[in-house]
Design a binder for this molecule. Structure first.
Ligand SMILES: [Fe+2]
Length: 263
């Protein structure tokens, strides 16, 4: 059984600054403390975007520094709050595709993990343009391995209408890239929503979770603004076997009582 960690929406700001009354760096450190203490045997750690809140270089400097503590490789991608140039300055070893987008692949056991870049400068919605989608189509055409797909934005509506307005804007190129290949996508991991949500889309199982700093409240009515909340932060512990993908969600700051059942 192979284990990896999924973290999302870290939203780091300049050192010492607060975001919605919390220190995103301290929150990240608490998250990494938990990963190191409880899941240091994980094979790798994926962070699905919004690494920084306004893409400030100091956020990426802090992130690179904080991640040095992890004993496993870290595979980050970009969210709408990120700045590609600033990210690449502090993460020069993260691969990019031929067009400079932060899209790359990694082998996770028998699975082929594909990482997509849906960042579009200056906007909150996601973009997977023809060039980026072609990269995905080319990778999917290369072999028949089962695929785990990672991206920041969801490509379909989740029912939180304030967030649905800033999902992937034009899903055409993405859907075209997946045409005839959806059965090979064994799980889709994304961020952006700052809430735990699970389901399937076109037969592809998906999961997304809360961020490490601030969250989005469960409001399904059509609010003009995004409803924020300080519900507990999370990360996922994902277990891979030949025939299963299992996603455990960990509220890593929860300190409610632990005890043995049946006594
Ligand atoms: Fe976010």
């Amino acid at each position: 059984m192979l284990k990896f960690i999924h973290i999302t929406d870290v939203h780091l700001v300049e050192q010492g600054h607060a975001l919605y009354g919390l220190d995103p760096y301290k929150r990240l450190v608490r998250c990494l403390d938990s990963v190191i203490e409880e899941h240091s045997d994980a094979a790798l750690c994926v962070i699905t975007g919004d690494l920084a809140h306004v893409g400030h270089p100091d956020a990426y400097r802090q992130l690179a520094h904080a991640l040095e503590r992890l004993p496993m490789p870290v595979l980050p991608i970009l969210g709408n709050h990120d700045n590609r140039e600033n990210f690449r300055e502090f993460f020069p070893r993260v691969p990019v595709d031929a067009n400079g987008f932060v899209q790359y692949e990694a082998a996770i056991g028998q699975y082929r993990a594909l990482f997509l870049d849906t960042n579009e400068p200056g906007v909150s919605y996601g973009v997977l343009c023809e060039r980026r989608a072609q990269w995905l189509a080319d990778r999917l055409a290369e072999d028949e391995r089962p695929v785990l797909l990672f991206m920041h934005h969801p490509a379909f509506a989740l029912g939180i209408r304030s967030m649905d307005r800033i999902a992937l804007l034009d899903t055409g190129p993405f859907q075209a890239a997946l045409s005839g290949q959806a059965h090979r996508i064994k799980h889709l991991f994304f961020g952006h929503i700052h809430r735990p949500i699970f389901g399937s889309w076109r037969g592809i199982p998906f999961s997304t979770i809360r961020g490490t700093n601030h969250q989005v409240a469960l409001r399904l009515d059509n609010t003009a603004k995004i409803p924020g909340s300080h519900e507990p932060p999370q990360y996922s512990v994902v277990l891979l076997q030949d025939e299963s993908v299992t996603v455990h969600v960990h509220d890593f700051l929860d300190r409610s009582e632990r005890f043995w059942l049946g006594e």
